[in-house]
Each structure stands twice: as C-alpha cells, then as structure tokens.
Ligand binder design. Sequence first.
Ligand code: HEC
Ligand code: HEC
Ligand code: HEC
Ligand code: HEC
Ligand code: HEC
Length: 175
Amino acid sequence: MRIPAIKSSLPGRPAAILSAVALLLAMGLGLYLQSLRAGPAQPIPFSHNLHVTSKKLNCFFCHPYATESSNAGMPPVEKCLLCHNVIAAQWEPIAKIHKYKRMGKGIPWVRVNKVPDFTHFSHQAHLAREFDCGVCHGNVAEMDRVYQANKFTMGFCVDCHKENNASIDCYTCHY
Ligand code: HEC
Ligand code: HEC
Ligand code: HEC
Ligand code: HEC
Ligand code: HEC
C-alpha cells in the first residue's frame, strides 16, 4: 500500500502558516529556556554585564573578601553610592538604593549560590590556587541577572579535587 504524500497535498498558504507557527513556538521555547538561565529577581536590577564588562569594574572591588575569608562578601550600599550619589541618582532603581541607605539596612540581595550547611566551603584555599571565578560561577561578567552556572553537587567538587590531587577525605568538606 502506498502512503499518500501529505505534504504535497497541502496548498502553499497553510504550509507557510504551519512553518511560521513552528518557528514562533521554537522562538518561545528559546526565550523560555533563556529565562531559566536567568537567576532570581533581585531587589535592584543590578547588572554585572554593565558594571564589569562595560564599566570595567573588578570583581574584588565589590567582593573583596573572596581571597581572605570563606564568604566572598556583598558590597555595602556605600560602595554603590560612590558612583550613584551622582550617576543616574534620580533614576527609579537608583533612587531605591538611596532608600535602602536611608533605612540603614543593607540591600536584601537574594542569595544565588549556596552549599548545604553540613558542607564546608571556603573561597580562600581555591583562590590561592588561582582558579578563576568562572570555573565555578560561569561567565558572571556577561550576566545581566546572576544565575547559578554550576550545580554544586558532591560530584562537581570531588571530581575537581581528584584532578588536582586535593583531599577527598569526607572530613575535608563535612564536619
Ligand atoms: C559593582 C559591584 C560588583 C562587581 C564589580 C561585581 N559584582 Fe558580583 N555581585 C554584586 C552584587 C550587588 C551582587 C548581588 C546581586 C546579584 O546577584 O546581581 C553580586 C552577586 C554575585 C554573585 C552571586 C552571589 C550569590 O548570591 O551566590 C556572584 C557569583 C558574583 N557576584 C560574582 C562576581 C564576579 C565573578 C565578578 C567579576 C567578574 C563580580 N561579581 C563583580 C556586585 C558586584
Ligand atoms: C564605578 C561606578 C559605579 C559603581 C561603583 C556602581 N555603579 Fe551602577 N552604574 C554605573 C554606571 C556608569 C551606570 C550606567 C548609567 C547610565 O546608563 O546612565 C550604572 C547603572 C546602574 C543601574 C541601572 C540599571 C542598568 O543595568 O542599566 C543600576 C540598577 C545600578 N547601576 C546599580 C548599582 C548597584 C546596586 C551598585 C552597587 C552594588 C552599583 N550600581 C555600583 C556606575 C557604577
Ligand atoms: C572552586 C569554586 C569557586 C570559585 C573558584 C569561586 N567561587 Fe564563589 N562560591 C562558590 C561556592 C561553592 C559558593 C557558595 C558558598 C556557600 O554556600 O557557603 C560561592 C559563593 C559566592 C558568593 C556568594 C556570597 C558569598 O559571600 O559567599 C559570591 C559573591 C562569590 N561566590 C563570588 C566569587 C568571586 C568574585 C570569585 C572569584 C574571585 C569566586 N566566587 C570564585 C564557589 C566558588
Ligand atoms: C576547580 C577545582 C575545584 C573545585 C570545583 C572545588 N575545589 Fe575544593 N579545592 C580544590 C583544590 C586544588 C584544593 C586544595 C587547595 C590547597 O590546599 O592547596 C581545594 C581545597 C578545598 C578545601 C580545603 C581547604 C579549606 O578551605 O579548608 C575544601 C573544604 C574544599 N576544597 C571544598 C570544596 C567544595 C565544597 C567544593 C564544591 C562546592 C569544592 N571544593 C570545589 C579544587 C577545587
Ligand atoms: C570536596 C568536597 C566534598 C567531599 C570530599 C565530600 N563531600 Fe559529601 N557533599 C559535598 C557537597 C557539596 C554536598 C552537597 C550536594 C548537594 O547539595 O547536592 C555533599 C553532600 C553529601 C551528602 C548528602 C547527600 C547527597 O548526596 O547530597 C552526604 C551523605 C555526603 N555528602 C557524604 C560524604 C561522604 C561519606 C564523603 C567521603 C567519602 C564525602 N561526602 C566527601 C561535598 C563533598
């Protein structure tokens, strides 16, 4: 039995519409997948892409403790105001920075990267070995909204420890 040729039986117009719909669906899926890559909404729409890639600010200018302590540290409001007392000071998202300053509280940034409490991690030892931030955090410099580039599964940590002859003793990371 011969299978009828469905495609050739469609007149040109509906075929074009069908492919246009398929294209729109594909684009929609693309946007959706991209939105999954965007991290959580933050209280202020801070963009690393703008501040690091366009304005050439160094990571350590805002995360100064990464080499010395377990926490990389978040910049205090005052650091933003070094520039934003003047730059775009009236603009709504920037006015919000001034509001947090007046309230005397830090900006309540939503945490993106986290290991469970029973797991020990410190930036210090890793940066002393000169690993780039991107090995673990991806290309933050080009992110408009920070997302977690790598899941910090045990395998992620242990694999790299093995590759670099670092300890894989349970007590290194769990105590
Ligand atoms: C002008 C200040 C500034 C600079 C420069 C900066 N950051 Fe940030 N960073 C922030 C702020 C504010 C947040 C919190 C809001 C957010 O997630 O965007 C943050 C968040 C992050 C986070 C997510 C923290 C979490 O909750 O897990 C990572 C990772 C990070 N930055 C890495 C970098 C790296 C790598 C660089 C250099 C390429 C860099 N940052 C440069 C201000 C800065
Ligand atoms: C070295 C100066 C400098 C510092 C420090 C700085 N910014 Fe900016 N920021 C800028 C410049 C320049 C612009 C671009 C303004 C424009 O487009 O007119 C900008 C734009 C912004 C915008 C506008 C949104 C966007 O992405 O277009 C936000 C929000 C912002 N900054 C938040 C912050 C926060 C929060 C901090 C502190 C963690 C900070 N900035 C620290 C220079 C700075
Ligand atoms: C070996 C992997 C690794 C490298 C390299 C690394 N980080 Fe992290 N970073 C992490 C992990 C894991 C966390 C979550 C830590 C936790 O939950 O205690 C984290 C958390 C953070 C945070 C969130 C808040 C905080 O203060 O801890 C910031 C900001 C950050 N890193 C910035 C940086 C910057 C900037 C660099 C480069 C100078 C860097 N990291 C290099 C793995 C890494
Ligand atoms: C890019 C490779 C790499 C990744 C990824 C990595 N580590 Fe490490 N880690 C190392 C190396 C190398 C050392 C040994 C540093 C030294 O002592 O010279 C180390 C040391 C450590 C130490 C002991 C030093 C200290 O701070 O007490 C702990 C704990 C640790 N890592 C936890 C983690 C955890 C948890 C993760 C996953 C979230 C992780 N590491 C991911 C390479 C890595
Ligand atoms: C280099 C760091 C590192 C070492 C070494 C390590 N772990 Fe883990 N472990 C982790 C991280 C990170 C997590 C959290 C995983 C997550 O949240 O998905 C974890 C999670 C766990 C969990 C919770 C269940 C799970 O799988 O998420 C158990 C149980 C555990 N580890 C046991 C061990 C034992 C036993 C050893 C020694 C054989 C060990 N770990 C060595 C980093 C490490």
